[in-house]
Write a new protein. Structure first.
Length: 756
């Protein structure tokens, strides 16, 4: 039984083979947090709470001078009656006051995991997950609150949500409804967050926590490239390979806040949920409000183990099931090759070149619809520009399919241009505040997705394309943040609901489309990783990781995102040099290795390649196809955090094989010789280096390490491929294709094209 109920039904021990989480009800009323960490064989209260009569403490039970909410380790709490730490929730009653007083009522243990209505969430069957529901009531306001805990059987994961129910005859206002609050009995933590900006996402920030509140947040309408809705608290000595980590992640794509408060008596309170400053919700009689889900991951063996848990959870229990074990196609995207400059003839040429290289999915990016010559017009007018594509999208898609590739199409559904027919017809569909100017962003405005008519319009538009059966991939872009967040259909007291209603509207659209078209691969994009969050990953199996395609920048960005997401979820493209974002020149080999470390794609003009480049890309693609199961479904481990010279390395591993990618960063003189421990190979096996034929034991590679040869070249990458000894030897991919063969290939190319 993974959840045991003890001590006269006042103690709940959630336990699997790796983790324990203990909750205790005190005075039949207060839900206290007793333990979360490495699994306990049993729990009997050895860490009994010390009740101390402290200065300024207030006492909810008059007879108990030493009992105060302000120092009690609580599971969920409000301000107003004695707990002055950051609040998990705050409710305003109809009379304008903020005090509520919830008491524990009862519990329920459920095998499996009930669905969250209207919100993305992790899922699992009765064997995978056990649920504990704790019900509380405030008898005065007649409000009910259900705290749900979901324990995953085979992962050190607990997820939490909260549901509010209004059983009174009056409306109340939810001012703050975090998904998770927890009081940890220590402040000896480093705080890790993932922070950045457009083209510079997911930088790792690590600092010791200090007294007071530390907070990251987004009030931009999306989870944002500025901060990931994630926090981890680690022991100060924790590394990638060892030490404790407690991590928190919110499955939500809108405004959020994540806070940790190191309070006066040595404990730390963590709160994560919808951003309290931009939110309020009118809860009418008999209505319920459901918070998004928060994920708690525990690791006692460092950050890599934390990431393994997130990767497995998200791949197996969050992302669309159809894509769980489905290999992702190698794509060519037209954006950096063509930008807005498209026509059927040049696309046809590009597609022929792509097919020759072995590309599997041809993606037509921005510029194909309305009168879109640049970013000043047409968003909302999702009809093909027949001056560019006289045979329409269907005609183009059919041609691409005849060349042996799948066809994918770009949309930015949530947006509207003032210069569009849609705006002429429905100016009220854009987010706006009456009488005030609408703020432009990339010359465009945001549709009011809180409106059901707007949601239905977008479902219909996308469906009309997907119904043709010729589109197997959609890139769903979103290139600005929300301003003038107001809706004409809501009352004045509901205007602070719009940000959340926007996200709920988006989820409704995505739920509808992904249910209708479960085999269509959706790629999540918001100018790259601007909305790379677990909420979006529930509907879309992969994300365009960053608009920055420079190889060096990508080592940092992909490194950061790998804390939470497996490489199969990260789109990574080989693009042109000098790189369009930073101007850097890196070799095609380096660009290939870094892009293979995510979900390999290309984003450059294949018609302009010289023979050597063609040869190299061809061999990259065939190597990747051969190794795709390892790259996409193997485990991913970080071996070396990017240093001041940007050198870093990582490992892909499965039962049989390992690939190590070493990135040299900046070449420098007098470098120490590097022996790179691989840490995670099977120590009972020997491994054969596929390039040299040398055999090494797994244990020596793990502990003594792999010698990294001296490199005198900036940004050079090395790829090492090891296979367990005894398995059929793999032909080293380094054997370059024979030039005669290549010449013959290009001689025969016209015949090949004719046959299409
Ligand atoms: C931003 C995306 O991140 C790019 O890849 C591209 O799709 C452009 N938008 C198109 O406008």
């Amino acid at each position: 039984m993974p959840i045991t109920v003890e001590k006269n039904e006042t103690l709940f021990h959630l336990k699997n083979s790796s983790v324990s989480y203990v909750i205790e009800i005190l005075h039949n009323k207060y839900i206290t947090h007793r333990y979360w960490g490495s699994v306990l064989s049993s729990y009997h209260g050895s860490n009994e709470i010390q009740m101390i009569d402290r200065g300024f403490a207030t006492n909810p039970i008059p007879t108990l001078r030493d009992f105060s909410l302000n120092s009690l380790p609580l599971e969920y709490s409000t301000q107003g009656n004695g707990d002055h730490r950051i609040a998990g929730y705050q409710i305003r009653l109809e009379n304008g006051t903020n005090v509520t007083d919830f008491s524990y009522v009862d519990y329920q243990v459920i095998q499996g995991k009930p669905k969250l209505t209207g919100l993305p969430a992790t899922f699992g069957n009765q064997q995978d997950v056990t649920t504990l529901e704790l019900t509380l009531e405030d008898a005065i306001s007649q409000l009910k609150m259900i705290l749900s805990y979901h324990l995953f059987e085979n992962l050190p994961v607990i997820t939490r949500t909260v549901r509010f129910e209004n059983q009174s005859q009056q409306s109340v206002f939810l001012e703050n409804t975090a998904s998770l609050m927890i009081d940890l009995p220590s402040q000896q933590f480093d705080l890790i967050t993932l922070d950045g900006s457009h083209t510079n996402e997911a930088g790792i920030t690590r600092t010791p926590i200090r007294s007071g509140i530390q907070k990251i947040e987004s009030s931009r309408g999306t989870s944002s490239p500025q901060h990931q809705p994630f926090m981890a608290l680690t022991a100060p000595e924790t590394t990638e390979f060892s030490g404790e980590v407690r991590a928190f992640h919110l499955i939500y794509s809108g405004n959020f806040s994540a806070q940790v408060e190191a309070e006066q008596y040595g404990s730390s309170r963590v709160v994560i949920g919808i951003h309290e400053g931009t939110f309020e919700w009118q809860l009418n009689p008999q209505e319920t409000f459901q918070t998004p889900e928060a994920v708690l991951v525990y690791s006692e063996t460092g950050l890599n183990a934390m990431s393994q848990t997130f990767h497995q959870l998200y791949q197996n229990h969050l992302a669309p099931t159809y894509f769980k074990e489905k290999e992702r196609p190698i794509l060519l995207n037209t954006w950096e090759a063509n930008y807005f400059d498209l026509n059927e003839a040049s696309l046809d040429k590009l597609a022929n070149a792509a097919a020759e290289m072995g590309i599997e999915l041809f993606v037509l990016d921005d510029g194909w619809f309305g009168k879109r010559q640049d970013d000043t017009s047409s968003l909302g007018d999702w009809t093909t520009d027949l001056t560019k594509l006289p045979h329409g999208i269907e005609g183009l898609a059919e041609k691409i399919r005849q060349k042996g590739m799948e066809f994918g199409l770009w949309f930015e559904p949530e947006m509207i241009s003032k210069n569009s027919y849609l705006y002429d017809l429905h100016p009220d569909w854009a987010l706006q505040v009456p009488h005030y100017p609408m703020t432009e962003g990339r010359r465009q405005f945001v549709l009011d997705l809180s409106r059901i008519d707007v949601q239905d319009y977008l479902i219909d538009v996308l469906s009309s394309y997907l119904d043709s059966g010729r589109i197997s991939y959609i890139k769903w872009d979103m290139n600005r943040h929300l301003t003038e967040v107001a809706s004409q259909l809501l009352t004045s007291v509901q205007q602070k609901e719009v940000s959340h209603r926007y996200v709920l509207g988006l989820y409704r659209i995505l739920e509808s489309l992904t249910t209708k078209y479960p085999h269509c691969l959706f790629e999540n994009c918001s100018s790259g990783g601007g909305r790379f969050d677990p909420g979006m990953m529930h509907y879309m199996a992969q994300t365009w990781t960053s608009d920055n395609t420079d190889a060096l920048s990508r080592t940092l960005i992909q490194y950061g995102y790998s804390f939470l997401y497996p490489p199969i979820m990260m789109g990574a493209h080989v693009s042109q040099v000098p790189n369009h974002q930073v101007g850097r020149i890196t070799s095609l080999e380096t660009r290939g290795h870094i892009a293979m470390s995510g979900n390999l794609g290309y984003e450059l003009d294949f018609t302009q390649l010289d023979l050597n480049e063609k040869q190299e890309i061809h061999s990259q693609i065939s190597f990747y196809k051969q190794m795709r199961p390892l790259f996409q479904f193997g485990q991913f481990f970080r071996l070396q955090m990017p240093n001041t010279f940007f050198a870093s390395s990582w490992l892909f591993l499965n039962e049989d094989e390992a690939i190590i990618i070493y990135f040299n960063g900046l070449a420098r003189p007098s470098v120490p010789v590097q022996y790179l421990p691989l840490h995670y190979l099977d120590e009972s096996s020997d491994y054969v280096n596929q390039a040299t034929g040398e055999t090494f034991s797994g244990s020596e590679l793990n502990k003594a390490g792999l010698t990294i040869p001296r490199i005198k070249e900036d940004f050079k990458t090395l790829l090492f491929h090891f296979k367990k000894k005894g398995l059929t030897e793999y032909k080293p991919y380094k054997i370059q294709l024979n030039m005669d063969f290549i010449r013959l290939f290009y001689k025969l190319r016209p015949l090949y094209l004719l046959s299409l």
